[in-house]
Design a protein around this ligand. Sequence first.
Ligand code: ADP
Ligand code: MG
Ligand code: ZN
Length: 506
Amino acid sequence: MTQTTTEATLPYEDALAAYEPVMGLEVHVELNTATKMFCGCATTFGAQPNTQVCPVCLGLPGALPVVNEKGVESAIRIGLALNCQIAPWCRFARKNYFYPDMPKNFQTSQYDEPIAHDGHLDVELADGTTYRVEIERAHMEEDTGKSLHVGGATGRIHGATHSLVDYNRAGIPLIEIVTKPMTGAGERAPEIARAYVATLRDLLAALGVSDVRMEQGSMRCDVNLSLMPRGSATFGTRSETKNVNSLRSIERAVRFEIGRHAAILTGGGAVVQETRHWHEDTGITTSGRVKSDAEDYRYFPEPDLVPVAPSAELVEALRATLPEPPAARRKRLQSAWGYSDLEMRDVVNANLVDLIEETVAAGASPAAARKWWSGEIARRANAEGLDVPAYAAQLAVTPAHVVELEGLVTSGRLNDAMARQVWDGVLARDGAPTVVADARGLELVQDSGALEAAVDKVIAANPDVAQKVRDGKVQAAGALIGQVMKEMKGQADAAAARELILSQLT
Ligand code: ADP
Ligand code: MG
Ligand code: ZN
């Protein structure tokens, strides 16, 4: 680790009493195009190092880039989904700097002519209120390669004996989405930062343009933060915490930086404009490099690429492909399914929305869909380290199975306890629900003579309990129902047993 000294922080409440945070988030998202942004190299994650490279993405002399049309379309769809204006004409720019993981010595990016600009994304907070995040721009660029530092204790460059570079990632299309400075967030700044990135991630997933896997780096967030004394409207100097790669870390990094800036400012010091590193393990940031200004990069228009000039027809055609916004979809489905807020939240967190939607479309009731895709299957999926949809796909368990299982219950063939046994069998790959029920001989006894005989026997064997029911203590019938179920080896309809007992005793 480069720096072990922890800078002072002011307690969060004290910091907010004196200062108002200003935040800006830069999110880099890797597109899931099959090929890179300016060449035909594959983009598969985890391939052998330096097997997905060519003269273009290695920057060899004379190699000429060509724009990936699919990448441009994804950029426009992202811009539209963020309520942005789409530039009718824009160019790429060279951002010049040296870094070993960037073989061209410049990054092909966009500068003052982004493909999308001036939009917004409404973010719902835990208390049900909405915060509107203004989007400054969404621009196209390319990813860099990856350095691997060998020999040091932590994989960092300090203490390493040598470094290796993998250029497979160099040239993978990236969209950088930059917010305008967010003000008025107050103590909710950490929550808003997290909710914004979560909302953006859901939106990008719904658009189908990226894997949005923060843990794999296909979505990364830089957190810019500064403080203004309460009552002031002049922005302070910002710090930029780079590559914060989980939602929880974003929330923690904002909180930490608020406390750190406040400690500097109350102590009469000045915040340095710099990039900072986030440390997941300790929950702190440490100083990175002093931030270059844009002019240091000597941006200039890329001479090897033609300008991007999407026609109005193309933009409208792409607008027509936009999905329903995830938050609106969730609201619509929750009300259609009649789920409580808590039930819906659990369903969303377990990634069950699509599966339940398919199951209801296949004919199940929303209650049954939720019931059978939660519980036992979730426990098993969790033990396998999978979410339920992935686990169900692996088992080849489908919405049709849930529909069939519910049918066996509503037709009166199975009671709830039997249905659970059948579902266990389905999850054990024993076959479809009817096959499992047949194989295990699971069927409610429909023979009313057998049920009557069992009820008579149980009443005769429990005269005290029977008397209580006769005296009006109807809840005492529960014990008798239990006995009847036992007598029938669980294969009786509990409701029918209850009806029969009550009709005999009252
Ligand atoms: P850079 O290339 O230096 O990172 P960008 O324009 O890409 O600059 O992004 C800067 C981000 O920081 C934007 O999200 C912007 O809203 C935000 N920002 C700018 N000034 C401040 C400030 N004083 N405090 C907090 N955030 C800021
Ligand atoms: Mg930036
Ligand atoms: Zn290439």
